[in-house]
Ligand binder design. Structure first.
Ligand SMILES: [Zn+2]
Length: 449
């Protein structure tokens, strides 16, 4: 077991001083506050738990910034989706690997220590399987391992074009899986022990039939693994679901699936008050991706109400138009301020510090969505730590207890100093050691489609 020491660390939602942390095989096994420094390696003056990124489509990094020009008066998620399909059509395992590897290094430099990869581009462009069938999954696993980020791989089930069982369009064929083939992939990935976590994803209610969702949720291999689903993101999806089933999507999901702590409901943008209550009661996590949701014009999630209900949430960079956990968290608070006309919305008299609340809560929700045993700097959690640079000029006028708000709400002038994943240092002095190599391969690949 290795012992680390932090002068100040964010432990259970509070800054604590003189924190000693025991780590064994990548997992925290002991946390002491007001502890002696002797016998422990110095982790830093200001230490945070690493942030899980609970929603990523790695390949979309390559198109971020390429769908920002007017096409027609009703540009929307659906017109953006056409650009995304064009990008998906270019992928093969080698290209996906190179894109994901640099993306994951970028995430680590920004303070994301784990990523849930909601992975739906499985096959060749004509729908034929690769050999092995897991070739695209293997590319993501290899990219995460080379970059050093913790991966929760979520192979995604995608079967139809809409709520009325519409067939998939030709460009969607490479997403399609028959249930038997999908479960074979899942079971074969579960049998491997290669340093990644595994869960499942259902693309959306429109893409998978209710009976199949129920069968998937009852699959033995998923009894204790995360299950993610895109839900209630788009108004058209709400209307279609209501017409077909007489229920809005989250109510519908609750009707057909045993939604519990395994679940991450990605977006849930248009959840009603009763749906928010139901989510918080069952312990599922809501996966919020504020920069992508803003970029796509999705709408505003009622984060203030959800927090008051005790709901769990985490953050994801999704389409990667943003790649900084602080930006996602600021957007959560700012969208609540813009809607209410008040400040410091995601805080209260007993928990007054917005930055501490947001970071701590998103770490816990993110860890749950990743399938981790615990979250934050706590026994049973992954030993993922960030060291802020105490010499950053942004902290010059701050007391030790104001450092986290300064880091999140006032732009830091220096990057994170050190990033540790599962007890291993992957970012030193703000840089990934392989950045130049990953960048060169990325640029060469993208310049030569
Ligand atoms: Zn998504």
């Amino acid at each position: 077991m290795r012992r680390w020491f932090a002068d100040f660390a964010l432990v259970q939602g509070r800054w604590q001083s003189d924190v000693q942390i025991g780590v064994d095989r990548g997992v925290i096994v002991d946390v002491q506050t007001a502890a002696p420094r002797a016998g422990a390696d110095h982790l830093g003056r200001y230490v945070l738990p690493g942030m899980p990124n609970l929603h990523s489509h790695a390949f979309q990094r390559a198109m971020a910034g390429r769908a920002e020009c007017f096409e027609k008066p009703d540009d929307s998620f659906w017109t953006w989706r056409e650009a995304m399909y064009r990008e998906a059509a270019t992928l093969d395992p080698d290209r996906l690997f190179v894109i994901a590897r640099l993306l994951y290094a970028d995430m680590l430099e920004a303070g994301y220590t784990r990523v849930c990869e909601f992975h739906y581009v499985h096959h060749r462009a004509n729908g034929n399987h690769y050999a092995p069938m897991s070739a695209m999954s293997d590319a993501l696993i290899a990219a995460a391992q080379e970059a050093g980020i913790g991966l929760t791989l979520l192979p995604t089930l995608y079967q139809r074009g809409g709520f009325r069982d519409e067939p998939l369009a030709p460009r969607q064929q490479r997403f399609a899986f028959a249930l038997d083939d999908y479960l074979y992939l899942l079971d074969s990935l579960a049998a491997r022990d290669e340093g990644f976590r595994l869960g499942a994803a259902i693309h959306s209610l429109r893409a998978v039939d209710a009976q199949i969702i129920a069968t998937l949720c009852a699959h033995d291999e998923l009894s204790n693994r995360p299950i993610h689903i895109h839900i209630a993101e788009q108004r058209r999806e709400l209307e279609d679901c209501l017409v077909m089933h007489g229920r809005y999507p989250i109510d519908r999901l609750m009707d057909i699936a045993p939604v519990d702590r395994r679940f991450c409901l990605v977006h849930a943008t248009h959840a009603s008050s009763t749906e928010l209550e139901a989510i918080s009661r069952c312990g599922a996590v809501v996966g919020l991706c504020p920069t992508t949701e803003a970029n796509l014009g999705d709408g505003l999630f009622e984060i203030g109400e959800f927090r008051r209900l005790g709901g769990r949430f985490g953050i994801g960079s999704d389409s990667h138009v943003g790649l900084d956990p602080r930006e996602e968290l600021r957007w959560l608070e700012y969208q609540a301020r813009l809607a209410s006309g008040r400040r410091n919305e995601l805080a209260s008299a007993d928990k007054p510090d917005v930055a501490t609340n947001l970071w701590s809560e998103a770490v816990l929700g993110g860890a749950q969505a990743c399938g981790a045993g615990a979250g934050g700097i706590a026994v049973g959690a992954d030993a993922d730590f960030l060291e802020l640079d105490p010499d950053d000029a942004a902290f010059a006028a701050m007391t030790d207890h104001n450092v986290l708000p300064a880091w999140i709400f006032a732009t830091a002038r220096r990057p994170l100093k050190t990033v540790i994943v599962a007890g291993r240092s992957v970012i030193k002095n703000g840089r990934h050691a392989q950045r130049e190599v990953f960048e060169a391969a990325y640029c060469e690949t993208l310049r030569n489609p």
